[in-house]
Design a binder for this molecule. Structure first.
Ligand SMILES: Nc1ncnc2c1ncn2[C@@H]1O[C@H](COP(=O)(O)OP(=O)(O)OP(=O)(O)O)[C@@H](O)[C@H]1O
Ligand SMILES: [Mg+2]
Length: 526
């Protein structure tokens, strides 16, 4: 037992001895004292004394180092600190990599590309999956041989899957008026990886539930991230998305309505209505179409003369005479879209109207329906401003004048009551051409009858064809006898009413004539 040697005093003396005072002689004296008190051989003591002699007295650092609790604490703190440093370094590195080697593109929901991209990615993923299933080379990926470059080949075959989907339901209207529904499964909110032309792209779709538009639709953003080396892929991808969107809208007219200060597509694009299906009185359609084509071809002429490049049309006439139908068919014929303005819309201010009319999507016609309603209100209020709406009369005139813009602007106004319109509105520059679209004339009745029952397709037997012509003449005769074409040569029947009659008896022109006769008789006996 090494610490059993010597008395407590002895050990105490050794402990308290300062390094400077512990000399050889003191040690010898101590050894002797110990021998005298304890009969242990000197040989046993020497190593211990030697230990004491060689061990330097402990400094505060040594004390800390020898304290197991403290060292454990320091270890934990050190470990945590190193972890934090490592984390920071990784983050810094990741950030540096992101900045130098990655590129990010943001597409906000209000950008046109947003809808285009979602439509495109749906089709793109479907194409990739189909190509992989069928082992077919993908159209947008360069051909890679599995023998010469196996790794590259595997990459081109790998299609990351999307696990979070959202559904987009599309209602499409066919030419015959029927509506069909289709569903598209789009990448939902969250992160997705997809491949385009051998570049892997990370897509993040986020939705801010706190940020809603007036229609209650949350704000959304799509962020695309890829390697900096593939930066050009974004332009290619967006061009492909745009091309696909335009292709899907071919043969269709988009109707835009105002949404705050911008235009938003209202529902799905509508199938174009053929211009030939709208039957206006003789020469009217041709007159408007010729004028608008002339306008569209005279951009330079307007520019050279410093005249604002815009043209306004007013179509007036009774309800159901085909004003709105004609404008929509005309837009389709010109390959234009329609921006619909509702002057009675709540919250539509002068500034907003002005802004909207000055910032229409390209290739679109502005359509202000029932513009007289605004004037009615103005008269009732007998002041500058319509009741129920915030647009003032002068605001409307200013908006129609618009800012001097080199961009073309085609404006159509419609009304049932031209006489209620203010002179200021229909002055040239605001309305350059006012056309009456009246009740059906003999000419229109005949065209409409033939369009419904005639031989447009060349399928009728000659006898049947002759019979239809006969019925058509009889129908016109009945209307004429009823005094319908008297006065200004109007039948007193609107084209919408005619259409209703023909649709009701769609397979029997005989029934149409019989119904007309019955109606006239009933009218005369009253
Ligand atoms: N001239 C026409 N040729 C073919 N169809 C017509 C014609 N006029 C009306 N129609 C048919 O009648 C319906 C109503 O027509 P439309 O909405 O174009 O009339 P409108 O003149 O705009 O009426 P309103 O003044 O009430 O707005 C449409 O379904 C349209 O197909
Ligand atoms: Mg209308």
């Amino acid at each position: 037992m090494p610490f059993g040697i010597g008395s407590k005093n002895t050990v105490h003396a050794v402990d308290n001895a300062s390094p400077q005072s512990t000399s050889e002689s003191q040690l010898a004296a101590l050894t002797q004292t110990a021998q005298a008190q304890d009969p242990i051989a000197p040989s046993d003591i020497v190593p211990i004394v030697r230990d004491i002699k060689s061990e330097p007295p402990k400094s505060w650092k040594d004390n800390i180092a020898s304290n197991p609790l403290l060292t454990a604490g320091v270890g934990v703190v050190g470990f945590t600190a190193s972890l934090a440093v490592a984390r920071k370094s990784i983050m810094f590195l990741a950030d540096a990599v992101k900045r130098h080697y990655l590129i990010k593109l943001e597409i906000p929901i209000r950008d046109q590309s947003y809808a285009w991209f979602l439509q495109w990615i749906h089709q793109h993923q479907r194409n990739l999956a189909q190509a992989n299933r069928g082992g077919i080379a993908q159209a947008d990926a360069p051909h890679v041989s599995p023998f010469t470059s196996p790794i590259k080949y595997l990459f081109t075959r790998y299609t990351p899957r999307t696990h979070y989907l959202s559904v987009a339901t599309t209602l499409s209207q066919h030419e015959n008026g029927s509506i069909s529904t289709s569903f598209a499964l789009l990448p939902g909110i969250g992160n997705h990886i997809f491949r385009y032309k051998n570049a892997f792209i990370r897509m993040e779709r986020t939705r801010e539930l706190k940020n809603l538009d007036p229609q209650g639709i949350p704000w959304e953003t799509i962020s695309l991230t890829t390697l900096y080396a593939h930066r050009n892929i974004f332009t290619e991808l967006l061009s492909a998305a745009q091309e696909q969107a335009l292709k899907s809208q071919e043969g269709k007219t988009t109707i835009y309505t105002s949404w705050m200060t911008e235009w938003r597509a209202f529902g799905q694009p509508k199938t174009k209505r053929p211009l030939s299906s709208v039957i206006l009185d003789q020469g009217i359609k041709e007159k408007i179409v010729e004028d608008i084509n002339d306008f569209l071809g005279s951009g330079k002429w307007y520019q050279d003369r410093g005249i604002p490049y815009r043209r306004g049309y007013l179509l007036y006439g009774p309800p159901g005479s085909g004003k709105s139908s004609f404008i929509k068919a005309l837009a389709g014929d010109l390959n234009y879209d329609i921006c619909l303005v509702n002057l009675s819309e709540r919250g539509l201010t002068d500034d907003r109207l002005n802004h909207l009319l000055s910032n229409m999507p390209t290739r679109s016609i502005a359509l202000l329906e029932d513009v007289d309603a605004a004037f009615n209100n103005r008269k009732q209020k007998n002041e500058e401003g319509y009741s129920g709406a915030n647009v003032t009369f002068s605001g409307l005139l200013n908006a129609l004048d618009g800012v001097a813009s080199s961009e073309e602007r085609i404006l159509f106004l419609t009304t049932n009551y031209k006489e209620k319109l203010d002179e200021a509105l229909v002055r040239p520059g605001r309305v350059d051409m006012a056309v009456e679209i009246g009740l059906a004339t003999e000419w229109q009745v005949e065209r409409m009858f033939q369009r419904f029952y005639g031989d447009d397709e060349g399928e009728l037997e000659p006898e049947r064809k002759e019979r239809v012509n006969e019925l058509c003449r009889e129908f016109i005769e009945v209307l004429r006898a009823s005094g319908a074409f008297e006065g200004e040569g109007k039948s007193g029947i609107s084209t919408a009413e005619l259409q209703g009659l023909f649709v009701y008896h769609k397979h029997s022109p005989e029934d149409v004539v019989a119904t007309a006769k019955a109606m006239v008789q009933a009218k005369q006996s009253n």
